[in-house]
Design a protein. Structure first.
Length: 137
């Protein structure tokens, strides 16, 4: 796969991911994650069935809303092909609060699996505990 094609594919993936997350479009988010993926954060790592992840997203949205977050915007995306199948993507997100001078920064790393013309998350690393970051921000 050409680097230019990979660039546009990864950018399109994260555009879709950001839009689906913003709208809490569970059907679209389901398409972006493998049936089971690894999720990691400062507390540890665990396999997560896609359905359990989708069921947890409304609660996560409530957590963000309770912290005054109006929306989360992709601020930076860097990626590299690991091989013909896997892509490493590093992201920075800005959680915006109306009236706040600076957004809350959230960083995450993804490993995406390429299957034909589709990318899916197989590993998701949140570099911070969102509940903790949002409670002190």
């Amino acid at each position: 796969m050409s680097e230019l094609h990979l660039d546009s594919q990864v950018e399109a993936f994260f555009d879709a991911f950001a839009a689906a997350s913003d709208q809490l479009d569970l059907d679209r988010l389901a398409e972006l994650f493998a049936e089971t993926f690894l999720a990691a954060d400062p507390a540890g790592v665990q396999p997560v069935p896609r359905q359990a992840f989708l069921q947890a997203l409304p609660r996560r949205a409530e957590l963000f809303a309770a912290a005054g977050i109006a929306r989360v915007v992709l601020a930076d995306l860097q990626h590299q092909a690991l091989d013909d199948t896997y892509v490493l993507a590093r992201t920075d997100w800005h959680a915006e609060r109306p009236g706040a001078s600076t957004p809350v920064r959230l960083s995450s790393t993804f490993i995406l699996r390429r299957d034909t013309n589709r990318l899916q998350v197989v590993f998701y690393l949140s570099h911070q505990d969102p509940a903790r970051v949002l409670s002190v921000a």
